[in-house]
Design a binder for this molecule. Structure first.
Ligand code: URA
Length: 209
């Protein structure tokens, strides 16, 4: 699918299968999400540009590669995005963080924004927006709308599971934003859940159901 990268690394797929199982505990789900988010982060950053820097090893001076440009921004769509954020920050501890509070009205399935915080200079940084589930796409579209309003233009979207409906909707609104996901599932049900999916990601990671 154009503009969508499915991260098919065997460890990602294996961990995702365990996360989908209804008998997986809250503790297990949370641990797996942390682990899988590091692997996803590795893939979503694999083509970052490098630049050479002069360093001194204990033996000699050398030219060594470092990631070019300003620090990345991880933009977490609250609250489930925070589950992905944690592992990603372990891998890229210097990343800046944006929090975007958007919840889905369970009646209308439309996004309602209640919080936004991001670094001032997001126009100069690569932003990786994270939310485990790309379902209708409405919350993700609203989050990216907001980031673009603040000047961001180099944006990627990372999730765990995507529904074809969500991908279509998201790409219709933001064709310039590449989507990275561990799987594309069958469809959305009448309540807006991804099928077969893994249930409500926020509830599963925080044990709120
Ligand atoms: N959000 C979730 O947490 N799960 C879904 O299946 C859809 C949206």
């Amino acid at each position: 699918m154009d503009g969508v990268t499915v991260i098919d690394h065997p460890l990602v797929q294996h961990k995702l299968t365990i996360m989908r199982k209804k008998e997986t505990s809250t503790a297990g789900f949370r641990r797996l999400l942390r682990e899988i988010s590091m692997l996803l982060c590795y893939e979503v950053t694999r083509d970052l540009e490098l630049t050479m820097e002069t360093i001194e090893t204990p033996l000699t001076e050398m030219q060594a590669p470092v990631v070019e440009g300003k620090k990345l921004v991880f933009a977490s769509i609250l609250r489930a995005g925070n589950g992905l954020l944690e592992g990603m920050l372990e891998l890229v501890p210097s990343a800046r963080v944006s929090h975007i509070g958007v919840y889905r009205d369970h009646e209308t399935l439309q996004p309602v924004e209640y919080y936004f915080k991001a670094p001032e200079d997001i126009a100069e940084r690569l932003i990786i927006v994270v939310d485990p589930m790309l379902a209708t796409g409405n919350s993700s579209i609203a989050a990216v709308d907001k980031l673009k309003e603040r000047g961001a233009h180099n944006i990627r979207f990372l999730c765990l599971l995507a529904a074809p409906e969500g991908i279509k909707n998201f790409q219709g609104a933001h064709p310039d934003v590449k989507i990275y996901t561990a799987a594309i599932d069958s469809h959305l049900n009448e309540k807006g859940y991804i099928v077969p999916g893994l249930g409500d990601a926020g509830d599963r990671m925080y044990g709120t159901k």
